[in-house]
Ligand binder design. Sequence first.
Ligand code: PBG
Length: 321
Amino acid sequence: MHRPRRNRSTAAIRDMVRETSVSLSHLIYPLFVYEGKGAPIPIVSMPGIFRWSQEGILAEMAECVELGIQHFVLFPAFPDSKKDKIASLSHHPDNFYLQVIREVKQRFPHVTLMSDVAMDPYSSDGHDGLVRDGEIINDETLEILGKMAVAQAQAGIDIVGPSDMMDGRVGHIRSALDQNGFTRVSIMSYTAKYASAFYGPFRDALDSAPKMGDKKTYQMDSANKREALRELYLDLEEGADMVMVKPALCYLDVIHALKEQSTVPVAAYNVSGEYAMIKAAAQNGWLDEQKCMMEMLMSIRRAGADIILTYFAKDFAKAIK
Ligand code: PBG
């Protein structure tokens, strides 16, 4: 009596009964930018991904917008000589990242532009928080994050993305933004960000690996799921507009758990290592890159992600064209 294969019998029927979809409107494309002029610098562990110069990024974004990509997150790369213990540059007018945000919003007023709010690209310790005697100091870090978020808001950012997992940062950043008149700026919180080895290629891209120790006193333990719900409830209470799980693939169950409880959209960060795995296998001829990309993005959506931050956004845009 029961023949489930009937619903798979033609491509048209499969289209009709498909439960999940991925479209460009769901994707946020991460881009790396460095100060000054020059050619794009390839990131060896992320084939197809570059650090763009200040001019290069505008041309690259024009190409992406042409392909239909509407949402971007920007990460700045600074030389070690500009870093210090208190990430001073992160909210200083000389910070070229703020200049880039200004230029991008001027040139592409309709795109969604998201930032990273964390100390690590500016920190001489390579940590997301203030380091004192080997310890990451939470509450003093919040002060710095608040200033960073306000500086980015002044430059025209649409969404700030606190990515450091300090306690209380969403509430602190929300008040700082509101007190400075930036009620329009959204917060996408990195709600459940795990201490993951899958960030390796990203840290290569930004030279942002911790100089000492690891990030396990602030990023989450990969063994934990209920703890992600605790972070979710706090972020919702503190005023997060969107919440995120990161990485995506090893944490599909966490995406699902957050989706069931969250009253705001849930994002997932398909991180650098997840991108690198598929690219490397495809380069060896071991996997079909495009099919694996599609299957991976679909799985993240099926798990419950409304939004996916992915280095595959441009490849996806080309594939569906
Ligand atoms: C840092 C930050 C990281 C990523 C995004 N923001 C790395 C880290 O926490 O060490 C990782 C992104 C990726 O691997 O693609 N605040």
